[in-house]
Design a protein around this ligand. Structure first.
Ligand code: FEO
Length: 403
């Protein structure tokens, strides 16, 4: 059964949502599902903007065929070649043998890598700023390398002022009938998953995102159609502000995030005491996560949100407690910058986790260390509480001075 929504006079949303896939890219948990957006333009020519993941191919193809209403498909614009959007290209080609593919030279190379059908003979290569007429609509192309792959590009409808933005401005989360941002409470129900999507998928590529934002600022945009999540048709300032902060590694919130690893509860108990002292110093909205049972994608997302990060971990195999080390290496891989860190380490006979955590954190651009590493030997002693209070005061002074 088809499941299509009309976007405006000539455009249709023909995408599909998946609420069964457990892990996006076989890494990130999808607790709210994910949508694979695809758009169809019915003009003198018919044009499809990207396809979908193979997991939703049946729904997707039913949608495209229904919206075409007997017409054949003339063009498929391939804005992004990651398989969550390109998996169904060959099926579409088989259904529409005269179909032409539109992309850039890197797109063609990737199509040939992923597929064995003859793409070259049906491929139209486009470059930055080139235009393409479909009859009543003029499409132009904006290259967006590394947002999120090197071939990524965006397509802009000059008459309708619609930007087909590929992965940019997307989010995790299935679409539940409401496909426009003004049909949902984005700031309440979607922003966490939008942040987790951005930071984990594109977070490393802040500079390329900044380059695209600068290009977008020169274009009159009335609608943004991303490949995941709601279509944006108002409140662009809200969205651009988030993207600007995320891509420049600017904290969204002047806030403390505590990430702890704890084998038997002693490190966690110390983190709890620190948080109580922080609260007594006036720090609000403290968040805490066990590194052992929080998927690292949530930790990455929260680290992009918060300005101050407290890391508390036992020493393990003469190194860092393994889940904490994994988190810090992932943070480094995502290129987080401009954060303040404080450390709590534990070690029953040879505590070294603090020093080793600090070594990784110091590789992050413009990171800062607050206070001295607080060292536990097995469990917190009453005689150490004043030292913990000092650390809490140093963190609280920074937070309070900016509130
Ligand atoms: Fe949604 Fe980079 O693919």
């Amino acid at each position: 059964m088809h499941n299509v929504r009309k976007i405006n006079k000539d455009y249709y949303w023909v995408g599909a949502s998946d609420r069964r896939l457990e892990l996006f890219e076989n890494i990130m948990p999808l607790t709210k599902g994910v949508s694979y957006n695809s758009y169809l333009l019915l003009d003198d020519k018919t044009v499809l903007f990207d396809t979908a993941d193979s997991t939703v191919s049946r729904q997707f193809i039913e949608n495209v065929q229904y919206a075409l209403n007997g017409r054949s498909l003339d063009y498929l614009i391939v804005n992004h070649m990651e398989p969550d959007h390109c998996s169904v290209i060959e099926d579409i080609v088989l259904r529409h043998p005269n179909l032409k593919l539109i992309g850039n030279t890197k797109t063609l190379q990737m199509i040939k890598q992923f597929f064995d059908f003859d793409a070259e003979s049906r491929f139209i290569a486009v470059a930055e700023g080139e235009t393409f007429s479909t009859g009543n609509h003029t499409l132009t192309f904006v290259m967006a390398p590394m947002v999120h792959w090197p071939e990524a590009m965006m397509t802009y409808d000059v008459e309708e002022k619609i930007l087909f933005s590929a992965d940019a401005f997307g989010t995790f989360g299935a679409l539940n009938g409401n496909i426009f941002n003004d049909e949902v409470n984005f700031d309440k129900d979607w922003i966490s998953e939008a942040r987790r999507y951005y930071t984990n998928i594109v977070g490393k590529y802040g500079n390329p995102v900044q380059a695209v934002l600068k290009k977008a600022a020169t274009i009159d945009i009335q609608m943004i159609c991303p490949l995941h999540g709601p279509i944006w048709r108002n409140d662009f300032g809200y969205l651009l502000d988030k993207y600007n902060k995320w891509s420049t590694y600017t904290p969204e919130d002047n806030a403390v995030m505590v990430v702890y690893g704890s084998m038997y509860g002693n490190t966690e108990a110390t983190a709890n005491v620190l948080m109580t002292k922080l609260a007594e110093e006036g720090v609000k909205n403290i968040v805490a996560y066990s590194v052992s049972n929080t998927h690292v994608s949530y930790l990455i997302s929260e680290a992009f949100r918060c300005s101050h990060i407290v890391l508390a971990a036992p020493t393990y195999n003469n190194g860092i407690f393994t889940p904490m080390e994994n988190f810090l290496l992932d943070l480094k891989a995502h290129g987080l910058q401009k954060r303040a860190f404080a450390f709590i380490e534990n070690g029953t006979w040879a505590p070294v986790a603090g020093c080793q955590m600090m070594n990784i954190v110091q590789e992050l651009k413009d990171s800062r260390i607050i206070g001295n590493t607080f060292t536990l030997k097995s469990s917190l002693k009453e005689s150490q509480v004043s030292q913990l209070e000092c650390l809490a005061k140093e963190i609280a002074n920074e937070i309070n001075s900016k509130n």
